[in-house]
Structures are given as structure tokens and as C-alpha cells.
Design a protein around this ligand. Structure first.
Ligand SMILES: [Ca+2]
Ligand SMILES: [Ca+2]
Length: 226
């Protein structure tokens, strides 16, 4: 096994941090989730991905010249050594991500603490989602309700720095548009003294609740669309 080289787009000469999807190159349809071949360089691998319908990103193993084309983002495991090349869709979001307003959203099928979720999103150049209007909220709920693996989703809000003062991670106060469930926030956390992190739970029809930040839920990650 060689060293796996993951190359991240923002640092090379690809377009605006993402690949451009070229419809004219979409002439090859693989029948598996992963397609591995050998190529002379990572750039050739990028081109192969562009020619592969549904290819989201590549990993390139330099020592063995292996080019791995990945078809899905959803089960993507973040790599600490960074990173991936996303293939951008026509809507300005990487494939596997959903666009609402000027935001790209992804619902990774992983279960993590709130802090782990922050890191998870960050490795995709994303943050935990902040919901500041009803259109975005309804869009998220619509997806959450049809994706059966989704139970609870971490959002990017907390009252960890000042009990009772809820802030989005970007610094904006959580006021105006909110979707708290009937008794929330109540600062009740399972096995903890505090409930300082914000999530939306399937058990409360995806309304918002506060819970202990060490509980295990799925991150809802977002980043701006291009
Ligand atoms: Ca609290
Ligand atoms: Ca609560």
C-alpha cells in the first residue's frame, strides 16, 4: 500500500475551488460506487472523473498511480491529510449536496458529538447549518423526512458561552425566526448538567431542541453555493 495523496482543489489551478462539470464529457457510466484504474497523474484522474457520470471526487494514490473515482459524497470519510476534489453541478453545489437559496447542504450518514461534527463539516470546507428563515427550514425538513436514516441533526447554534443566550456559530443571535419545540429550550441534557447545543429531532417532528453537546447525532453541514 502506498501513500494516498488527496489533493484539495483550492490550492491548484482548478476553477473556483471546484471542478467544472462538462456535459459533453459525460459519456461513460460505471456500474459500481468506486472505480479504480491507473493514470499517469492526478490531472488525468480528474479528467477521467469528469468523463464518469456521477463521479463526485477522486483520490489519487501516487505510489501506485491509482486513480479512485468516487460516486458518492454521503459516506465520505474526511481525511486529515486533506482532501478531495468535488465535481460541481450546474446549481453551484458539489454533487451530493443540496442547494437552497445561496447555500449547499449535505446530510452525512455519520453519528458524532457536536464538537466532532464541527470538525467533520470543516474538513469539507463547511460549517454546521444555521437556519435563519422558513424557506431553508422547510427545505431541510423535507429532505430529513424522506431520508429514513436521519434521526437527529446537529445545527450550528448553542448557548454554551452564556446560558440562555442562544447564538448561531457565526455570531448572530438566534432570535426572530426560530423553530423551538414546545418546551424547548429547557437546558435539560441527558447525563449532563447542561443542554447547550442545538439540534432538530425526528421525535419532535424536526422542531428544535437543546441537548447535551456530547450526545451523538448527525451533522448537517453547509457551505455557500458558487
Ligand atoms: Ca443551555
Ligand atoms: Ca431540551
Amino acid at each position: 500500500m502506498g501513500i494516498i495523496l488527496y489533493v484539495t482543489c483550492p490550492y491548484i489551478d482548478c476553477l473556483e475551488g471546484y471542478w467544472k462539470l462538462s456535459a459533453s464529457l459525460r459519456n461513460y457510466l460505471p456500474d459500481s460506487d468506486l472505480v479504480t484504474t491507473t493514470t499517469a497523474s492526478y490531472k488525468t484522474c480528474m479528467i477521467l472523473c469528469l468523463m464518469t457520470d456521477g463521479c463526485c471526487f477522486i483520490s489519487y494514490i501516487a505510489s501506485s498511480s491509482e486513480c479512485v473515482r468516487h460516486r458518492k459524497m454521503l459516506n465520505y470519510t474526511p481525511q486529515t491529510s486533506s482532501s478531495v476534489w468535488n465535481l460541481m453541478k450546474d446549481d453551484g453545489c458539489p454533487c451530493g449536496w443540496y442547494r437552497v437559496q445561496t447555500t449547499c447542504l449535505i446530510f452525512p450518514n455519520v453519528y458524532l458529538t457536536r464538537d466532532e461534527s464541527l470538525v467533520y463539516c470543516q474538513r469539507m470546507d463547511a460549517t454546521l447549518a444555521e437556519i435563519i428563515n422558513d424557506e431553508k427550514y422547510q427545505f431541510i425538513v423535507g429532505i430529513a423526512k424522506v431520508k429514513t436514516e436521519i434521526t437527529d441533526l446537529w445545527l450550528g447554534g448553542s448557548d454554551i458561552s452564556n446560558e440562555g443566550t442562544w447564538l448561531w456559530n457565526s455570531g448572530l443571535p438566534i432570535t426572530g425566526f426560530t423553530k423551538w419545540s414546545s418546551s424547548a429550550p429547557d437546558n435539560y441534557g441527558k447525563n449532563t448538567n447542561n443542554a447547550d447545543c442545538l439540534y432538530m429531532g425526528s421525535w419532535i417532528d424536526f422542531y428544535w431542541d437543546d441537548c447535551g453537546c456530547a450526545e451523538i447525532k448527525s451533522p448537517l453541514c453547509e457551505k455557500p453555493s458558487l
